[in-house]
Write a protein that binds this ligand. Structure first.
Ligand code: SAM
Length: 366
């Protein structure tokens, strides 16, 4: 039996969901906005919290707009298409500022907005089920496959292959398992397709080219003052993307690339979550030579950061993260010795609740 509730939205959570307090429960309702009222259906419930689906609104926010994608109500890919881009950015900005409220002398968030709210992704993953003949994205709080044929989030040069994949997936997937995924991505100007391979097989790459360039410009400005002898340590550096434009010697450490050297960048293949990794880096570089630390870990963040900072004592730390709450957890213990210089929201993933947070810390003089 379905359970329906009347709600009034108080505020937005970091996942782009409206939050309502109903009796003693906090209820999360996607596709709603602060001040809105209406009826929702509870989908999942546990002690103190519930997740619900909007049924209808009795009071609409003046900030509500008509979503520009026909799949918005069912697909869980985008979260903010029911309001305009400035409101979306404000919700994200508030969320980032809140993550850093425990940082004394915290900077005001600077926002670098995306040039385009749609048509930016250079990599998408479609899920399929051959038995029931469905292909699309996942729905809210479920692995149900939702039709996505009119999705506009990806680079238009991928459209032909995207449409072909949707129309012909059954024949394309001969010999593949009954359920799985297809990835479509841009490799230079070429559109490629893989079947049931790990996400971003062959190495991580940023999905929003324009925003990646903005991040590189920003990081370049921050590293400009690195003395000519200073060494940059680029942790979770992948293919060296974030430090490619630098002149200084740079050690890029990542689990993926093979050990090699390319221009100013040397690559070290290490599992940074392994307890011996710091010792291995210290064996590779003179720890006193490191002046700048660039770090861009996966969503889990890097709890060992404090240990690394103690070992290298860099003048500057540039930390970029797609999960600012773990970034804030990692940098808050550094405030005794580091002052915040910048806190930036880089909107790599417009229309969704995701974004990259970037923080610049400078060593205090003592
Ligand atoms: C958010 S990506 C950043 C990559 C790079 N900075 C860039 O801009 O392209 C995170 C990186 O962490 C790497 N990674 C994941 N787990 C790791 C581990 N245990 N040790 C080292 N690197 C890891 C991934 O290979 C990936 O390149």
């Amino acid at each position: 039996m379905t359970k329906k509730v009347q709600f009034k939205i108080d505020h937005m959570d970091p996942l782009g969901q409206g939050v309502s307090k109903i009796s003693d429960k906090i209820v999360f309702i996607p596709s709603t906005l602060p001040g809105e009222e209406g009826e929702a259906e509870i989908l999942k419930e546990s002690k103190g919290v519930a997740f619900a689906k909007l049924i209808h609104l009795t009071k609409k926010s003046p900030d509500r707009i008509e979503p520009q994608c026909p799949h918005f109500e069912t697909c869980n890919g985008c979260h903010y298409l029911h309001t305009d881009y400035n409101h979306e950015l404000n919700f994200k900005k508030n969320s980032l500022q809140k993550d850093f409220q425990k940082f004394e002398e915290c900077c005001e968030v600077e926002t670098l907005k995306a040039p385009s709210r749609m048509a930016y992704r250079n990599r998408v993953q479609l899920h399929y089920n051959k038995k029931i003949g469905l292909i699309g994205f996942h729905g809210y709080k479920s692995n149900r496959i939702i039709d996505a044929k009119n999705c506009q989030i990806f680079d238009p040069s991928m459209k032909e292959v995207f449409d072909d994949t949707i129309q012909n997936f059954q024949s394309l997937l001969k010999g593949e398992p009954l359920k799985g995924h297809i990835e479509i991505y841009l490799n230079g100007n070429e559109v490629k397709r893989t079947f049931n391979k790990p996400y971003s097989e062959g190495g991580f790459s940023q999905v929003n080219k324009e925003m990646n360039q903005r991040a590189l410009d920003l990081i370049s400005n921050q590293l400009e003052d690195s003395s000519t002898e200073g060494l940059i340590l680029d942790l979770f550096g992948g293919s060296g993307n974030l430090t490619r434009g630098q002149k200084n010697s740079t050690l890029v450490v990542d689990i993926y690339p093979k050990d090699k050297t390319e221009g100013h960048q040397s690559f070290l293949n290490l599992d940074l979550f392994n307890e011996n990794s710091l010792d291995e880096i210290i064996e590779t570089v003179d720890r006193r030579a490191v002046t700048h630390l660039v770090i861009d870990p996966p969503r889990s963040g890097f709890k060992q950061l404090e240990e690394y900072v103690e070992a290298f004592r860099p003048q500057k730390i540039v930390y970029m993260s797609c999960k600012p709450s773990t970034m804030s957890r990692d940098v808050i213990p550094l405030q005794e010795n580091y002052k915040m210089q910048k806190l930036v929201l880089l909107d790599f993933f417009p229309s969704t609740f995701h974004y990259e947070g970037l923080i610049v810390l400078e060593r205090k003089t003592n």
